[in-house]
Design a protein around this ligand. Structure first.
Ligand code: ADP
Ligand code: MG
Length: 629
């Protein structure tokens, strides 16, 4: 296509640095799965039609005499060209430069980091996951021309680039532009000539984009009659019996820009007080930005098939991994995006959809445990945020939660399982928090629990420190940290039937008093422990202090001024402790060194540094020398 220019001179501009880098990746990409560019361009065209449909609600003049949205794909095999045209909202000259010269999305940097080290197939998956959309056309084209006319305006402009660092923008005559909307013309690379062949293009569009809510027409040659290859009937409005698993998967991929297969698909129509249709998917893989603080839920809101907004916050934040849409029959079509949050209809939808999703998850947990556990593996850490953010659904969420424990051998356990294995006189659900499951499992604080066969939940997600200290209980049993307060294990019999632990001897008591005096302010208490069997010492938090793991998290985030002083617990039955206790009256200096070393040793077992590393090594040297000399 040649475009006659009006008087204004073409203006060449450089791409933003990030775009240039991204384009370099696209131009030089060796990804085999290049089909994705078609999906991206069709999805942009469909978005543009939906935006117009929405703006047309309050400004019908925008639609003029052409109220039928459509996407037309035209092929020119002889010239190796492909164009995709829509009669959607279009772009002004300024919008063209803005949309196709910069990258607004924060995820793009992350995308480039990831793709740099990615392998072939994985790379194109990432393209979809990160949504670098339009620029993917440079995987197959060495020249891309976009001509656009914003709905309701009398000017048109073109954007053109070879993807190598700069693009040109200029106004064009109205006669060379679509009457409304955008045409994207690709000059295909030699090895991408297939994309000018109707067989390839029809097949690709039908599988990738067959369910976009805008009809798609295909012209095999520039002068051929267009024929419809997709009807634009919104998939969610069809009866379930007419939809195959593949249809759902294709829709999920094109609507959500995903490449995986949904792990759970939920499609239903709510009837009664409010009528709405829900089509929701839980992905099979974790999105890269799951823990990005800006990530909100990904549910789109439609009103009678008109796309309204993807910012209605239909789901609570802890369900932000769910993708899909709700199409309401009751919301007024002219509802403004700003007013939606106030609507009681939306409130009812929010409540209904979240409840239903959790109920489906619960069902899945028994109907297909393996699939449920994969899901939990991916998204459990996010769901657990609900335990302190959504009081009304705490019970449900606790029921859904699964845990690794000291007795589960790496398997997931529910709290119901846990409750069934409570020991005689056990009044609490015990847990240990940390950053690493393996290290957690070997913490000295767990020894006494192991010796009694008491199961301890191993909590290694950041979120755990928060919900577990938020005053929850399960089945009347409070959650209790194994590293806080007194363990109170005296009443629970040992697993091997050994007699209950005897109190510390007077010599040990006196040694403990000596350690306490030596450590002074560094600890809040020193006492005999009933939670140790093999180790000599460990640290725990005071009864009413903050959990030590939470304390570390907050301190690491700079949100804690002063940490509480820990309690040093000493194993009165440990051989070393007995020896040290028997040495009363001996070398005072050496015993003080020993007291300090015990404290540092306990810190090291918790993954911390000694209080004063230099003093620590000096003491250790003195003791070693003494022992060997
Ligand atoms: P995304 O679609 O995720 O925003 P893209 O790279 O696919 O990212 O597109 C960038 C932007 O370019 C879009 O957000 C939109 O503003 C604009 N755009 C692209 N194609 C079209 C089109 N056919 N009609 C109108 N605007 C478009
Ligand atoms: Mg896009």
């Amino acid at each position: 296509m040649t475009t006659t220019t009006t008087e204004a001179a073409p203006e060449t501009r450089s791409f933003e640095a990030d775009v240039a880098k991204l384009l370099h990746l696209m131009v030089h990409s060796v990804y085999s799965d290049k089909d994705v560019f078609l999906r991206e361009l069709v999805s942009n065209a469909a978005d543009a039609c939906e935006k117009l449909r929405y703006e047309g609600l309050s400004n019908p003049a925008l639609l003029g005499d052409d109220g039928q949205p459509r996407i037309t794909v035209t092929l020119d095999p002889d010239a190796r060209r492909l164009s995709i045209e829509d009669n959607g909202i279009g772009m002004s000259e300024a919008e063209l430069a803005d949309a196709l010269g910069t990258i607004a999305r924060s995820g793009t940097k992350a995308f480039m980091d990831r793709i740099a080290g990615a392998k072939d197939a994985e790379g194109s998956h990432l393209i979809g996951q990160f949504g670098v959309g339009f620029y993917s056309s440079f995987m197959v084209a060495d020249q891309v021309e976009v001509v656009s006319r914003r709905a309701g305006t009398d000017t048109a402009a073109s954007w053109s680039s070879d993807g190598l660092g700069s693009y040109t923008i200029q106004p064009v005559d109205l006669g060379d532009a679509p009457a409304r909307g955008t045409r994207v013309l690709l000059h295909l690379k030699e090895d991408a000539a297939d994309y000018a062949e109707s067989g390839t293009v029809e097949r690709t569009i039908k599988t990738q984009s067959g369910h976009v809510p805008v009809p798609i027409l295909l012209r095999d040659k520039p002068d051929a009659e267009p024929r419809q290859i997709a009807d634009g009937a919104a998939l969610w409005t069809k009866p379930k019996s007419e939809i195959t698993a593949d249809d759902y998967k294709d829709f999920y991929r094109s609507a959500a820009g995903q490449f995986d297969t949904p792990a759970l698909t939920l499609h239903y129509r709510a009837e009664g007080l409010h009528e709405y249709t829900v089509l929701a998917f839980i992905p099979e893989t974790k999105p890269f930005d799951l823990f990005d603080p800006d990530r909100a839920d990904r549910m789109k809101l439609y009103v009678r098939r008109v796309f309204i907004t993807d910012e209605a916050q239909i789901l609570p934040r802890y369900l932000r991994f769910v993708r899909g849409l709700v199409d309401s029959n009751d919301l007024p079509l002219n509802v403004s995006r700003e007013m939606i949050q106030e609507s009681p209809v939306l409130a009812a939808i929010q409540k209904g959809v979240a409840n239903r999703l959790l109920a489906e998850l619960d069902k899945l947990s028994t109907a297909d445990t393996a699939r449920y556990l994969t899901l939990w593996d991916n998204f459990g850490a996010v769901l657990k945020e609900g335990l302190y953010e959504d009081f009304a659904r705490r019970e449900t969420l606790l029921g859904l939660a699964r845990f690794k424990t000291t007795t589960s051998n790496g398997e997931w356990r529910s709290l119901k399982d846990y409750a069934a294995g409570l020991k005689e006189n056990q009044t609490a659900i015990y847990y240990a928090t940390g950053t690493d499951l393996d290290r957690l499992a070997t913490a000295p604080q767990l020894e006494g629990f192991r010796a009694r066969g008491i199961e301890v939940l191993l909590l290694a997600d950041q979120v755990d420190s928060f919900w577990v200290t938020s005053g929850l209980d399960y089945d009347g049993k409070p959650f209790r940290s194994v590293t806080q307060g007194l363990a109170d294990l005296g009443l629970i019999p040992l697993a091997d039937g050994a007699p209950p632990v005897a109190a510390a001897s007077p010599a040990v008591e006196s040694f403990i008093a000596f350690v306490k005096q030596t450590l002074g302010d560094a600890v809040s208490d020193v006492r005999a422990s009933d939670r140790l069997t093999d180790s000599a010492v460990c640290l725990v938090a005071p009864e009413h202090g903050m959990d030590r793991q939470l304390e570390k998290l907050l301190a690491g985030a700079g949100r804690l001024d002063a940490a509480a002083k820990p309690v040093l617990e000493i194993n009165p039955r440990h051989a070393l402790v007995e020896t040290l206790s028997a040495a009363e009256g001996g070398d005072e200096e050496l015993r003080r060194d020993a007291a300090q070393l015990l404290f540092d040793e306990a810190r090291i077992a918790d993954g911390e540094l000694p209080v004063d590393p230099r003093a620590f090594s000096a003491r250790l040297m003195r003791l070693l020398q003494h022992g060997l000399g």
